[in-house]
Design a protein around this ligand. Structure first.
Ligand code: 13P
Length: 252
């Protein structure tokens, strides 16, 4: 059985002191969380160390929002997987749509390879734009993203991967995919993984939904068969809405 995963992507928000305040309050809520849920927080790089230290004795995992494919070198302004590990990260978001303007599937593929070799659990983001959805090419777009980004990996690596389906038109817009249309895409993603990497890989992989997830819509989304969790942006910036989304797992 797949355990639900609820992840907060803070994007370019939260100073170190704001992150510390958040975590103080958040730690008080942990005891109420359902046992099965896996919680992840993706703060900006500057708050990684403080957050991973504060959460060290909890089950909450901390991750980076991006990383470079090289392990070190002359890449001004970049962060390596090794540095993420050094800051206490266990996971990393790769290929978020807000980064895809600067990186193609080939680069994402290289980053995933580095994440696997650094022993960081990657969360690969896929999703279509509004234009692609309206032209009826959602599934083709997602299959291309999956096949180019996951080219060359084996079943052992795929067993560590998380996938987040984030329709670009639903991110930060307040427009959420309807639960049954999100479910349809999730099912296709699972079928694709199954066809390339086998039944076990398809059944075990966690596929999260992201795009305007809020306490009000979380239960409906999470109760869909192939929606195994949520990647939450705006609603993860405040402790109580984020905890309400985590606790929505109790209703499924
Ligand atoms: P919002 O929840 O703010 O729409 O952001 C979703 C997202 O991009 C998470 O990675």
């Amino acid at each position: 059985m797949r355990n639900p995963v609820i992840a907060g992507n803070w994007k370019m928000n939260m100073t170190v002191s704001e992150a510390s305040e958040f975590v103080c309050e958040f730690l008080k809520c942990l005891k109420d969380f359902p046992d099965r849920v896996e919680v992840m927080l993706f703060p900006p790089f500057t708050a990684l160390s403080v957050l991973s230290t504060a959460l060290r004795s909890s089950s909450v995992k901390v991750g980076g929002q991006n990383m470079h494919w090289a392990s070190d070198g002359a890449y001004t302004g970049e962060i390596s997987g090794k540095m993420l590990k050094d800051s206490g990260c266990e996971c990393v978001i790769i290929g978020h749509s807000e980064r895809r303007e600067q990186e193609d599937n080939l680069t994402i593929n290289k980053k995933l390879g580095t994440a696997f070799s650094e022993n960081l659990r990657p969360m690969l983001c896929v999703g279509e734009t509004l234009e692609e959805r309206e032209s009826g090419s959602t599934l083709t777009v997602i299959q291309t993203q999956l096949s180019e980004c996951l080219q060359g990996f084996d079943r052992q690596q795929i067993a560590k991967l998380l996938i987040a389906y984030e329709p670009v038109w639903a991110i930060g817009t307040g427009k959420t995919a309807l639960p049954d249309s999100a479910q349809e895409v999730h099912k296709q993603i699972r079928n694709w993984v199954q066809s390339k990497f086998g039944i076990e890989a398809g059944q075990n992989i966690s596929i999260l939904y992201g795009g305007s997830v809020k306490p009000e819509n979380a239960s409906d989304l999470l109760s869909q068969e192939d929606i195994d969790g949520a990647l939450v942006g705006g609603a993860s910036l405040k402790v109580h809405p984020f905890c309400d989304i985590i606790n929505a797992v109790k209703n499924i």
